[in-house]
Design a protein around this ligand. Structure first.
Ligand code: SF4
Length: 438
């Protein structure tokens, strides 16, 4: 097989060869993974059209493959949050893809007679649909802040994203996760004039949600998230800082949305507190299964909590929430990042499959974010993600293991199945059998 180059012909050949080799993974899913891995470029006229739709909010990380200072068309201020690919020569079922900007990508969105088309070189791949701007995106808070700067919606409007702390206290080379640009992304947008503040007050979140609750019918879940707190923030520990948000939201709108939270793996008594205030899904993100690579690429997590303790706490959380409501994220592909990552797809798949098996055999339901090397991260310098074959094989392992352990669809991600899934930063929901949302 030709390897996945960034040249359009090579990229196309690679996708088509994988589609032939793995006919149980739909071709639109393979393209989606390649777009997540390699990003996409935009023509000037396509960008002008996109600027009229819901724009990329940079809700926590950049997920771009160039810093905004290198975006000659100011793509960051015009590109959409997500695109939906349909039709075209391959007859795509709809797939929603997060927009990761990369002017050097073999994939490019162009406009043809006013319609948007995804191309790979000169080859058309699919038609491109964009999401209308939700009515609340045009509203402001009393102090003038724009709603999408406070609570953006992703996953085609399904998920409200509440980044309440835009920095992480793992901030040095010895501590920060090597694939993460949370702190640098905050700084680049602040330097570009975006009205970001590190901490979002609880009152501001409630004010924004009041507007959203009154007008929006698409959002079904919210995630409270942000960087890790290892010392204190505003005098509060990680649990004391973050718990205030779901507590206040669930008091005001009990059960209105599926309530999710991303914080570190916390001791059982803290996890109980989250459960007691109404959090429904807990994401103690594990990121990388392999012990050696976890220690090297997540040095802060390894030093402050440690891998074994992290695992023990995930199991404790399953006893509190019920295993199906504990969903640790894996950064899919980062275990192949040089210099210390696996060098072969076989090794990487074997390792991550072992982690999936460990959790899924206990009813715990991991999920993925497809890794792309963001240039402001310590692993971003070579701008090459894991091979596309890795992502295709991982999706097969994930799908088959869910069947093996008879796991119900993940909670808080919307519908599963090709043409119905809305999760945009990995295809794990696209490859599961179709079902209604829980
Ligand atoms: S814990 Fe790691 S992945 Fe999470 S925000 Fe901090 S540096 Fe990023």
């Amino acid at each position: 097989m030709k390897t996945d180059g960034s040249h359009p012909e090579t990229a196309l050949t690679c996708v088509e060869e994988l589609a032939e080799r793995y006919p149980d993974i739909p071709v639109e899913v393979i393209f989606k993974e390649d777009l997540l891995r390699q990003g996409m470029a935009w023509s000037p006229s396509a960008l002008e059209i996109a600027a009229n739709f819901k724009r990329k909010a940079y809700f926590i990380f950049s997920f771009d493959m160039v810093p905004i200072s290198d975006m000659e068309q100011n793509e960051h201020s015009k590109a959409p949050e997500e695109i939906r690919l349909v039709g075209g020569p391959y007859g795509f079922n709809p797939v929603v893809v997060s927009v990761r900007l990369n002017p050097g990508s073999p994939y490019r969105i162009e406009s043809e007679e006013g319609a948007l088309v995804l191309k790979c070189g000169s080859h058309p791949i699919a038609q491109v649909e964009l999401q209308e701007v939700p009515a609340y995106y045009r509203r402001t808070l009393a102090d003038g802040k724009r709603l999408p700067d406070v609570i953006p919606a992703i996953e085609w409007g399904y998920l409200l994203y509440l980044t309440v702390f835009r920095l992480c206290q793992y901030f040095s080379r010895q501590q920060e996760c090597l694939y993460c640009d949370i702190n640098r992304n905050y700084r680049q947008h602040r330097d570009a004039g975006k009205p970001y503040s590190p901490v979002r007050p609880v009152g501001e979140i409630l004010e924004a949600l009041e507007i959203i609750a009154a007008s929006d019918r698409d959002s079904r879940a919210y995630t409270v998230t942000g960087g890790s707190i290892n010392a204190t923030l505003e005098g509060k520990s990680e649990i004391d800082f973050y718990i205030r948000y779901p507590e206040a939201i669930e008091k005001r709108w009990p059960g209105r949305w599926i309530s999710k939270i991303v914080v570190q793996a916390l001791p059982k008594e803290d996890v109980k507190r989250l459960h007691d205030v109404g959090v429904q899904v807990y994401h103690p993100n594990f990121e990388i299964w392999d012990e050696r690579i976890f220690s090297l690429y997540c040095p802060g997590k390894a030093a402050h909590i440690g891998r074994n303790e992290w695992i023990r706490r995930i199991l404790d959380a399953a006893a509190v929430f019920g295993p199906a409501r504990v969903i640790p994220n894996f950064v899919a592909g980062v275990e192949m990042a040089p210099p210390a990552g696996f060098q072969s797809v076989d090794e990487a798949i074997a390792s991550t499959a072992e982690g999936l098996d460990f959790f899924m055999s206990r009813g715990i339901s991991p999920r993925f974010t497809t890794w792309c090397p963001e240039p402001m991260t310590l692993l971003g310098s070579d701008r090459k993600g894991a091979p596309l074959e890795y992502h295709v094989r991982l999706l097969r392992v994930y799908r088959d293991m869910r069947v093996k352990y008879q796991l119900a669809p993940p909670i808080g991600y919307g519908e599963t199945g090709l043409g119905r899934a809305v999760f945009s930063v990995s295809s794990f929901m696209d490859v599961l059998p179709s079902s209604g949302e829980e």
